[in-house]
Design a protein around this ligand. Sequence first.
Ligand SMILES: [Zn+2]
Length: 108
Amino acid sequence: MEIEQFPLAFAIIGQAQADDKKLQEMLNQFPMEYKQCIDHEQLIIYFKNKIVIPIEFQTRLIEWYHEQLLNRGVLPLIESIKQDVHWKTMAKDIANFTKTCKSCQVFK
Ligand SMILES: [Zn+2]
């Protein structure tokens, strides 16, 4: 992932993760899956080596990847996003998002 192109700064992600009580609980409960490390001088929570994206940034992230991928439909979008980041309802959220895009519907 090229950080210059990425729509979210590590500082913003790290702060939102720190404020996310549910995520902090997950970190304590599932230490095999959730890990916290320093990345770009920021404490970041990872799920299986993917950055966990707090809920307030998920739509923005889908929109950004959607634009990068030029409307190739739902599956390439899911594949790309899940290579970099994680949140639980990702596949469903992306599917819902592409339903509202006429261009993406051509590829479904
Ligand atoms: Zn589209």
